[in-house]
Design a protein around this ligand. Structure first.
Ligand SMILES: Nc1ncnc2c1ncn2[C@@H]1O[C@H](COP(=O)(O)OP(=O)(O)O)[C@@H](O)[C@H]1O
Ligand SMILES: [Mg+2]
Length: 315
């Protein structure tokens, strides 16, 4: 028999009226892995999280957390989960340490156990000095770190983070990345995170599911998905006869992948951007495609998203 997955969903569907927010999503996370759901706003990431964390019930399909079915055994599921929500939700009238104690009480933790754990976690997220201040005096980054600590109070098997770094300054963002890596490496925790930042999914995850309009459109290890595109990416904007330009490009040995959309943007995988751009520009001109913008870069998950959907992820 196969090992129990920390998270498993099969054909999960959730509609809001006519909106297919989650449209047949099957994902899994083995224990101790970091799995990312990457997609633009409105892709369905939060809805998947809400289904997994038993806050919503799906229209069809099934989901399990540590082997427990989310609909049949929601209490067992919740006991094994820590959650950090997309929207900040700490009580402004409580101090940092009170927020953690309150959460520990909800989980039925004894006072002494709560105290030890709260001290440990405040230390981890760098809030020891601010522990006795009301959270209404906290910055956005401090609130986020406190929420992370709160979601760890019950020592969950699985930690779910919905857009953990949304709107944070680069420094706090780096900190959150560091904690995520530590939780995985030191404690073997399973993490599911959602993000619309491709660098976040690329850096942190063992496995990424790229999601668009409620569907998984691509999945795999980030480095493998990226490598499939080629060595360099040349991103082009232009106008004119894109189809004959594409046809000519595809004949060239040094072109490793060609993706285009809307008749105006293209992402090309090439062996060397620096070396090939002059030839590409000349070819475009001869095909009647006028280029207005060129950028050479290493390929990233944004290019993977563009390759499948024909759209940029950040729009
Ligand atoms: N409670 C709701 N009622 C109606 N529509 C919703 C609700 N929650 C989400 N949606 C819609 O479902 C889709 C997916 O939303 P969401 O899961 O929040 O996406 P993401 O987290 O990827 O930005 C969007 O079109 C959104 O407007
Ligand atoms: Mg969301």
């Amino acid at each position: 028999m196969a090992e129990t997955m920390a998270i498993q969903t099969d054909g999960l569907q959730k509609y809001f009226g006519d909106v297919k927010a989650v449209d047949g999503v099957s994902i899994s996370a083995s224990k101790g892995k970091v799995v990312a759901l990457l997609g633009p706003n409105g892709a369905g990431k939060t809805t998947i999280i809400n289904l997994l964390t038993t806050q919503l019930i799906q229209d069809s399909g099934r989901a399990t957390v540590m082997g427990f079915n989310t609909v049949e055994s929601p209490k067992d599921v919740r006991r094994r989960l820590g959650i950090t929500f997309q929207e900040t939700s700490v009580d402004p009238a409580l101090t940092g340490v009170q927020v953690l104690h309150f959460s520990g009480e909800l989980y039925g933790m004894k006072r002494r156990e709560r105290k030890v754990r709260a001290t440990e976690l405040l230390e981890m997220v760098g809030l020891t000095d601010a522990a006795k201040r009301k959270t209404k005096t906290y910055s956005g980054g401090m609130k986020r770190r406190l929420e992370l600590a709160r979601s760890l109070m019950n020592t969950p098997d699985v930690l779910v983070l919905d857009e953990p770094t949304l709107g944070l300054d680069p420094q706090t963002r780096a900190k959150i990345w560091e904690y995520i890596t530590r939780l995985k490496e030191e404690f073997g925790m399973t993490l599911l995170l959602t993000t619309h930042y491709m660098d976040e999914a690329e850096q942190l995850s063992d496995h990424v599911y790229i999601i668009d309009h409620g569907k998984i459109v691509r999945e795999g290890r980030a480095d493998e998905l990226i490598r499939d595109l080629g060595d360099d990416t040349v991103r082009l904007q232009g106008t004119g006869d894109i189809s004959s330009f594409v046809k000519e490009l595809e004949k060239l040995a040094y072109i490793q992948s060609v993706h285009s959309s809307g008749g105006e943007s293209m992402h090309l995988g090439v062996d060397s951007g620096q070396k090939r751009v002059p030839g590409i520009l000349a070819l475009a001109a001869s095909c009647g495609f006028t280029i207005s913008e060129v950028a050479i870069d290493r390929p990233n998950l944004g290019d993977v998203f563009f390759g499948v959907t024909g759209r940029e992820i950040q729009e």
